[in-house]
Design a protein around this ligand. Structure first.
Ligand code: 5AD
Ligand code: SF4
Length: 454
């Protein structure tokens, strides 16, 4: 008997890539592949890559270099590189890494099982790039690729799960490669999203995060009868889900109706990721973000009126071309004014094709590093203060797992998405438990259980 072919998948980058890899895993298994954690025993190794900043791209290329000796030892091994770096570099990757067999942009991943058969028979190098006409993981696309309906979205739901609702982006922020690599906005039909979520809830998921580069634009240019983003959230709220979140929102497209859903929809988590990118109006304008500092602050205020305990996280870039010391000070003052619970901050990275890459007045690398450290040092103090403010409060925690750091403790997330540890038996995993906060750290809270679970 021949053994099943084995695939080893490695994911870099964002949640969208994690989701894509998950669906690819489902599809490969449905086509008779087995997954392996050990790359030496794999027949197919696939890297799902990221290219948002130069560092992410370099990391994937370094890892690809490590596969060269494996291919030498086992010439029948198939090596594939997918995701944003694949889309960006295309066939040029074959010159850089001749041991590579397959290059596939994010919109072509559903074709991989068939393409692998093709490579196995004629051993040619194949590149699949360019835009797709339907969202990659929509039913219509999967059917067009020959997948059987019973192989769609077959993963048993983990407690916390992710569902893609749209892909691509039409915003073309000056620094960003996403619109070039992930293509234009394409929304999945609402009925399909709702049925996928129902399936996951039935399989045990209690907390779902909706994914898209710009979820607020969901349904833009939609067909008659299809909902917009607030409409979609209302539909999903009826699926029996305990907690619902979404990433990523664009402040410019955040409608008053969406603001009003906070406090209205009981399943909506009290946490929001709202990238601001800069606190300076001049830099926001140069970035093409389409809002001012004032508009952003007013939006936060409106959200806090609706949902006073909302935790807020953001993305911020330092050293965008032309960013002066005064502009940077505006970013520092903005993080103090808002009081973000956490921040993801980045040094501006030049990406080819973007508008910013041809702007003058590039900020020196040392200066970007200095600004990043100063920003992160300030944010650390704010994050700790935010966590300390939870002392004595009671949080509803969805218990995820036994703590890997603290023996005898369980780990879960509160409705505001703060990480909470507390003493308790493993039987509580998967349940909602009330926990009083007794200690606060920089990245988590510690508490004690105060009442029965459900
Ligand atoms: N340089 C630095 N940071 C970037 N981001 C996107 N493009 C770049 C770039 N060229 C950041 C933004 C975005 C996050 C996902 O990555 O802050 O919100
Ligand atoms: Fe990139 Fe801007 Fe689109 Fe976000 S909204 S993916 S930063 S272009």
């Amino acid at each position: 008997m021949t053994r099943a072919r084995r695939a080893h998948l490695v994911t870099f980058g964002c949640q969208m890539n994690e989701y894509d890899s998950g669906r690819l895993r489902d599809l490969l298994c449905a086509h008779g592949w087995q997954l392996t954690e050990i790359r030496e025993e794999a027949d197919f190794i696939f890297f799902n890559t990221c290219s948002i900043r130069a560092k992410a791209a370099q990391r994937a290329l370094r890892r690809l270099e490590e596969l060269r000796p494996l291919k030498k030892n086992n010439p029948s091994l198939i090596i594939g590189l997918g995701g944003c770096l694949a889309e960006q570099e295309g066939r040029a990757l074959f010159d850089q890494a001749p041991w590579l067999d397959l290059v596939a942009g994010p919109q072509h991943l559903p074709r991989l099982p068939d393409i692998l058969d093709e490579i196995l028979t004629d051993r040619s190098q194949i590149a699949l790039i360019g835009p797709g006409e339907t969202p990659a993981w929509s039913q219509a696309n999967l059917e067009a690729q020959g997948a059987k309906p019973d192989t769609f979205n077959s993963t048993a739901g983990p407690l916390l799960d992710y569902v893609t609702i749209m892909q691509g982006c039409n915003n073309y922020c000056a620094y960003c490669v996403v619109p070039y690599l992930r293509g234009p906005e394409l929304s999945r039909p609402a009925g399909e999203i709702v049925s996928e979520i129902k399936g996951r809830v039935a399989a045990g998921s209690r907390d779902i995060t909706l994914l898209g580069q710009n979820v607020n634009a969901y349904g833009r240019g939609r067909l008659d009868g299809e909902p917009d983003f607030p409409g979609l959230l209302r539909l999903i709220a009826d699926t029996g889900l305990d907690r619902l979140r979404f990433i990523t929102s664009h402040p410019r497209d955040f409608s008053p109706e969406l603001v009003n859903l906070f406090g209205d929809l009981s399943s909506l988590s009290e946490s929001l990721h709202l990238p601001v990118q800069s606190g300076s109006d001049a830099v926001l304008k140069a970035m093409g973000r389409g809002y001012t500092r004032r508009v952003y602050l007013d939006l936060i205020e409106a959200l806090r009126v609706r949902c006073p305990n909302l935790t807020l996280t953001t993305d911020l870039i330092v050293g965008f071309p032309g960013e002066t010391e005064a502009d940077f000070d505006e970013s520092l003052s903005l993080i103090e004014t808002v009081g973000f619970d956490a921040m993801f901050s980045f040094k501006y990275s030049d990406r080819s094709n973007t508008v910013a890459s041809s702007l003058p007045d590039k900020v020196l690398e040392e200066e970007k590093s200095r600004r990043l450290i100063e920003l992160q040092t300030r944010q650390k103090v704010i994050t700790l203060a935010k966590n300390l403010a939870h002392l004595g409060t009671v949080l509803e925690v969805l218990v995820e797992r036994v703590s890997s750091r603290y023996p005898g403790q369980l780990t879960g997330r509160a409705r505001n998405y703060k990480l909470v540890h507390f003493d308790g038996p493993p039987e509580l995993i998967g349940q909602l438990v009330s926990v009083r906060v007794i200690e606060a750290f920089s990245t988590s809270l510690r508490g004690e259980r105060v009442e029965a679970s459900r």
